[in-house]
Ligand binder design. Structure first.
Ligand code: NAD
Ligand code: AHE
Ligand code: ZN
Length: 375
């Protein structure tokens, strides 16, 4: 297949909110600096649903969504040296070129090399898509497009992992689990004994809880409007549960009262700007830090009284938990293999790629954390 167009199955989002359609998609060979990957397993993340909904200002249609996956390199373009056919890989929507201003800064995991192309659904070299259906180009998404049996990504967006790692599990290390763990370990740098609040107990929020427990937090307060989440959340390190619907007072006040003045760290893992405000305002005066993890819709803005910051609260955000993707995803895979981090526990459902619309329906039901699709 090397050097040839591959025809395979992919789930195409033709229009916002319209059911995805399984199509025969043509996938062009990788050009210079590109890698074609056979995707074996992909999970769904809330961000896929967000872009599909039409609320993402970077959302382009028709496109192939998906960014949490694992597969095997099928072929590589000219000049690609770090991976070869047969390598097991995790596509990384947050690239790492190790050469750009961002990568060399030592201050961020964001990378500037291909972001200009991945944000507009094309590849860097010729600003074109490698996907088409009967001649109609289909946009890439987040530089990954994993809802396809084959995808083409930039070489700076591929993490090579241990051949022994089970791809049907470690696909989750492409987004949600690292995001939550890294928000705690890299972005907030939670210290032992800290009191933590986590808003939203989906996969990202539960990974925050897991990371906080590992960091030695003394209390992890889970906040969700779905009380059924608490039973599960206990297994990930949540020690107390608060449902905003069961209180008349604003939720920030409830938490401040529970914690003698507020939490040391809070994390918003929903994408709701009014919850982001609560998450900041439940932080302790003088030092409490709130990390925004959730992705909010186009046009949404955050607000608070500046006095909240003047009096020492800190507002931060994180992308992929601050992890440097190509360098650290393989390390996360090893940590999973040594049973130092959970992954299997986040997988509540398994379906086939053809059943992707059902998988999106499941996502909006309380009982689903991650649904892994076999591509
Ligand atoms: P999810 O849908 O599985 O979980 C969201 C949880 O929030 C659910 O348990 C839901 O019941 C709860 N919730 C909804 N509204 C609430 C409210 N008003 N108050 C309290 N709880 C509420 O989503 P996920 O896949 O865990 O992703 C969480 C968020 O993180 C999404 O916005 C996603 O786009 C974003 N995300 C960001 C990054 C990043 O790098 N920054 C990475 C992955 C995901
Ligand atoms: N396109 C959206 C922003 C989406 C967003 O913030 N994405 C996160 C990852 S979410 C993964 O589930 C991210 O990494 N952002 C940094 C980046 O470079 O995209 C919008 O609102 O425009
Ligand atoms: Zn994601």
């Amino acid at each position: 297949t090397q050097g040839q167009v591959i025809t395979c199955k992919a789930a195409v989002a033709w229009e916002p909110n319209k059911p995805l359609v399984i199509e025969d998609v043509q996938v062009a060979p990788p050009q210079a600096g590109e890698v074609r990957i056979q995707i074996l397993f992909t999970a769904l993340c809330h961000t896929d649903a967000y872009t599909w909904s039409g609320k993402d200002p970077e959302g382009l249609f028709p496109c192939i969504l998906g960014h949490e996956a694992a597969g095997i390199v099928e072929s590589v373009g000219e000049g690609v040296t770090e991976v070869q056919p047969g390598d097991h890989v995790i596509p990384c929507y947050q690239a790492e070129c190790k050469e750009c201003k961002f990568c060399k800064s030592g201050k961020t995991n964001l990378c500037g090399k291909v972001r200009g192309a991945t944000g507009v659904g094309v590849m860097m070299t010729d600003r074109k898509s490698r996907f088409s259906v009967n001649g109609t180009p289909i946009y890439h998404f987040m530089g990954t497009s994993t809802f396809s049996q084959y995808t083409v990504v930039h070489d700076v967006s591929v993490a090579k992992i241990d051949l022994k790692a089970p791809l049907d599990k470690v696909c989750l290390l492409g987004c949600g689990v690292p995001t939550g763990l890294g928000a705690v370990w890299n972005t907030a740098k939670v210290e032992p004994g800290s009191i933590v609040a986590v808003f939203g107990l989906g996969t990202v929020g539960l990974a925050v809880a897991e990371g906080a427990k590992a960091a030695g937090a003394s209390r992890v307060i889970g906040v969700d409007i779905d009380s059924k989440k608490f039973d599960v959340a206990k297994n990930f390190g949540v020690t107390e549960f608060v449902n905003p619907k069961e209180h008349d007072k604003p939720i920030q006040q409830v938490i401040v009262d529970l914690t003698d003045g507020g939490v040391d760290y809070s994390f918003e893992c929903i994408g709701n700007v009014s919850v982001m405000r609560s998450a900041l305002e439940c932080c302790h005066k003088g030092w409490g830090t709130s990390v925004i993890v959730g992705v909010a819709a186009s046009g949404q803005e955050i607000s608070t009284r500046p006095f909240q910051l003047v009096t020492g609260r800190v507002w931060k955000g994180t992308a992929f938990g601050g992890f440097k993707s190509r360098s650290q995803v393989p390390w996360l895979v090893e940590k999973y293999m040594k049973k130092e981090i959970k992954v299997d526990e986040y997988i509540t459902h398994n379906l086939a790629l053809e059943e992707i619309n059902k998988a999106f329906d499941l996502m909006h039901e309380g009982g689903c954390l991650r649904c892994v699709l076999k591509d």
